[in-house]
Design a binder for this molecule. Structure first.
Ligand SMILES: *Cc1c(COP(=O)(O)O)cnc(C)c1O
Length: 466
């Protein structure tokens, strides 16, 4: 299968190249040249008695990856990726009552849904690099969550060095320790004396430094990488197979920030999965909510909320939906985005809005309602949910098609990762799973460096394996 750019001005690439490239050279994002066609019935027919998550993953992903690896290799990589998940079902589906379900995506090593994609992407990177006899240095900046998921996915891989910059003293202690207590010679944590934006600027400068970029074979695994979206399509099929509602209709509600997770759901639908509604939950940073309500998107400044992983200004994966809305015409996408950069506003036609609202709806859930939702779920079911998950549940309950159609809400983080909000809402302290019992006793490894490009660069040159 070949992949094309959403801006129509980059070469078509095969899977291995798309995996390692990330962003297309025209600034666009890669998507499959055409969507493979699948149904729940096809998948279950191929599975016979084995119906575990890994088996479903192989069925869903093989058309996307077959240029690069065969079905048996894919199965081996997926098996290894999901061995690190602590729940026997990997991604369990729990009933919350009233035909409402919670899809728990947070049983991976760093307790957030990003592990589902990154654990597999780490395996795919290592496989592809070993085949090419290459090595890379992944650099990234984090304000907390993504860094730990990326580190865990890349640790102990001989083909990869990973360097993560975080703002010194500005992440929570749990977040910092999840990154800095990883003992692996290819993991390099750097605390920058500055803000998250300073960290991001340093990373950008590295990518613009052609000599350094080429010498280090720099790479990124941020959320625009197609392989991450691809890996996330699996659990939409998995939930549908597990529920198998008689007429196959399902609503999915997804707490959204960069729009990668819910776009993966829409990708499954474009492949053939029956979905009656996609419900986008946002916090007070409601750029996406405003778009789905009014057809207009305007950048504003970010306000901090109880669901920090969704405090995002411009949802980068939105470009992929725009490409599909515009009949996959890259030049139209390019023009619309150029206009957005110029005016700070993006507006679609009324007819396009009517069309989009047939499948999509959205709600803005503020911090108060998030807390009330956490309290309500606890009272009704005894389950503690994290604030991101609560945003999705509240949006889903408000916008679902009907109680006859199952509503699947995506659980994106373990409640133990955001204890303050959960305690505030319920008075109960969510426990961290067992594997973290000694997190506070483990030795940390990180270097504190000034916000200075040359110093950071020479530190990286010395630290990586070479
Ligand atoms: C990243 C993240 C989100 C947002 O997902 P997107 O794919 O960026 O829309 C939601 N919840 C949690 C816990 C996250 O870490």
């Amino acid at each position: 299968m070949q992949y094309l750019s959403t801006r129509g001005d980059a070469p078509f690439l095969n899977f291995g190249d798309v995996l390692l490239e990330g962003l297309a050279i025209d600034g666009g994002l890669y998507l499959p040249e055409e969507w493979p066609s699948l149904t729940v019935e096809n998948i279950t027919a191929n599975l016979n008695s084995e119906r575990g998550y890994v088996d479903v993953a192989v069925e869903v992903l093989k058309p996307f990856t077959s240029d690069s690896l065969n079905q048996f290799e894919l199965k081996e990589l997926a098996t290894r990726a999901y061995e690190s998940f602590t729940h026997p079902e990997i991604i369990p589906l729990k009933e919350l009552g009233s035909n409402t379900w919670l899809l728990e995506l947070f049983h991976g090593p760093t307790l957030a849904f990003k592990d589902v994609a990154l654990q597999l992407v780490g395996q795919l990177f290592d496989y592809e690099l070993a085949k090419r006899k290459e090595r890379i240095t992944i650099v990234g900046a984090t304000s907390g969550d993504t860094g730990s998921a990326a580190i865990d996915a890349c640790r102990d891989r001989p083909t990869i060095d990973i360097v993560i910059l975080h703002p010194h003293g500005r992440t929570s202690e749990v977040q910092r320790r999840q990154m800095t207590t990883v003992q692996s010679p290819n993991v390099h944590n750097v605390a920058i004396e500055g803000t998250f934006d300073d960290c991001q600027d340093l990373v950008k400068a590295m990518f613009l430094d052609t000599k350094f970029r080429n010498e280090q074979n720099l790479s990124a695994i941020n959320s625009i990488n197609w392989a991450r979206v691809m890996a996330q399509t699996v659990y939409y099929w998995w939930a549908s197979i597990s529920l198998r509602p008689s007429d196959n209709q399902i609503d999915f509600s997804v707490p959204s920030g960069n729009f990668g997770n819910i776009f993966a759901g829409y990708s499954s639908h474009l492949m053939g999965l029956e979905v009656s509604k996609f419900i986008v939950g946002t916090n007070q940073n409601e750029v996406l909510n405003r778009f789905f309500q009014s057809g207009s998107m305007a950048a504003t400044s970010v306000v901090p909320t109880l669901s920090p992983s969704m405090d995002i200004q411009i949802p980068s994966n939105f470009e992929r939906l725009l490409f599909e809305m515009r009949q996959r015409d890259g030049s139209k996408v390019k023009n619309t985005l150029a206009e957005f950069r110029r005016s700070g506003e993006l507006t679609i036609l009324p007819a396009e809005l009517t069309e989009i609202q047939k499948k999509w709806s959205s709600a803005r859930i503020d911090d108060d309602r998030t807390l009330r939702t956490i309290a309500e779920i606890y009272k009704e079911t005894g389950e503690l949910v994290d604030p991101h998950t609560a945003v999705g549940i509240a949006a889903g309950k408000e916008k679902r098609s009907s109680e006859q159609i199952p509503l699947v809400c995506l659980g994106t983080a373990h409640p133990g990762k955001f204890p303050e909000a959960v305690i505030k809402a319920t008075g109960k302290k969510p426990e961290l799973p067992n594997q973290f019992h000694d997190l506070y006793e483990r030795t940390e490894h990180y270097s504190v460096l000034p916000n200075d490009y040359d110093i950071v660069k020479s530190h990286i040159e010395k630290a990586v394996q070479g």
